[in-house]
Design a binder for this molecule. Structure first.
Ligand code: RIB
Ligand code: CA
Length: 318
């Protein structure tokens, strides 16, 4: 039985790769996509998402537009990473359909509660839509199998030295999700930064005359520009797609169930603190406890296996 999934995205180069994988893998039933501002503006994200689903031949998957900015912070895009268009200049044909008329929060509420099986909600973006959903309609938790989120890090950050972009963009939203009581799986930078496609393979795909492999190749070969605009080195990361792959090959990841919280103040704002201590410390001894969520945290990954699954699923034989 295919796993019913909803993706919450800020498409986004790697969100695009995640959408292509989710639409293609037979063990996943992509029942909807919600959009949020993050990598690009909400309007850009919605348009990119519709275009990517058209490329995947998944024009039957409903798309809904959600929050155009974080709960507290202003919207800050990641144009230096994903390009002004959010797809690193990869031009896809315009979609010939529009997003659902309702707000993503209402779309998520209705879709989750109406599904006959518990739904897996995969958050690949700032978690603003999820926080609004869980605050406005906490009853949805009863039909959520779990929330799998690409976000956070047990180690170094990317948006700042300590914080990962999705959580840094809307720390309050991430904190609401952590406190929701829904089973949580964290696919953070500890694994996100390691799953990559070899350069030669990406460039061979980019050279294809077929639209799908060509787009995948160019998306994999996008470069993160330095602040002065100098293009970065080849990375080949599948990024968000790895979080979706983890639904299909959970045994490809090394996971520990750990206490996690989000810092909301100071330079560490947006940091996911993952408590990997073997024994309680002075904080517990002196009653300096704080709110911790219990989260399944991915700390290691068979990167080659996951990258291979992605390619075999999205561009088989290419
Ligand atoms: O930090 C990486 C995350 O931020 C990815 O989801 C990427 O798409 C951006 O949203
Ligand atoms: Ca994303």
């Amino acid at each position: 039985m295919a796993i019913p999934v909803i993706l919450d995205v800020d498409t986004g180069v790697d969100d695009a790769l995640a959408l292509l994988f989710a639409a293609a893998h037979p063990e996943l039933d992509l029942i909807g996509v919600s959009c949020v501002a993050g990598n690009a503006s909400l309007e850009r994200v919605v348009d990119n998402t519709l275009r990517v689903l058209a490329l995947a031949g998944a024009t039957d998957v409903p798309v809904a537009a959600g929050a155009s900015r974080p709960l507290i912070e202003p919207a800050r895009d990641a144009g230096h990473v994903h390009g002004a268009d959010g797809l690193a200049g990869v031009v896809l044909p315009p979609a010939d359909r529009r997003a659902e008329p309702e707000h993503a929060v209402e779309f998520l509420r209705r879709t989750i509660l109406a599904h006959p099986e518990p739904v897996t909600l995969v958050a690949l973006a700032p978690q603003t839509n999820l926080a609004l959903l869980l605050r406005l309609h906490p009853e949805v938790a009863a039909n959520l199998a779990r929330i799998v989120f690409m976000g956070g890090s047990a180690g170094v950050g990317n948006a700042t030295a300590l914080a990962e972009f999705n959580v840094w963009h809307d720390p309050e939203a991430a904190s609401v999700v952590l406190g929701s009581g829904v089973p949580l799986f964290m696919y953070g930078l500890d694994v996100f930064n390691h799953v990559a496609v070899p350069r030669e393979r990406a460039q061979a795909l980019a050279a294809s005359v077929e639209p799908l492999p060509s787009a995948v190749g160019w998306l994999l070969d996008h470069r993160i520009a330095a602040p002065d605009g100098t293009p970065g080195d080849y990375l080949g990361w599948i990024g968000d797609a790895g979080a979706v792959c983890s639904l299909v090959v959970p045994d490809a990841l090394r996971v520990e169930r750990l206490p996690v919280r989000v810092e909301l103040a100071g330079y560490g704002r947006g940091q996911t603190v993952v408590d990997r201590r073997e024994h309680p410390g002075e904080d517990a001894a002196h009653g300096l406890t704080t709110e911790w969520a219990t989260v399944d945290v991915a700390l290691g990954v068979d990167a080659e296996r996951v990258a291979g699954l992605f390619l075999d699923t999205v561009v088989p034989g290419a």
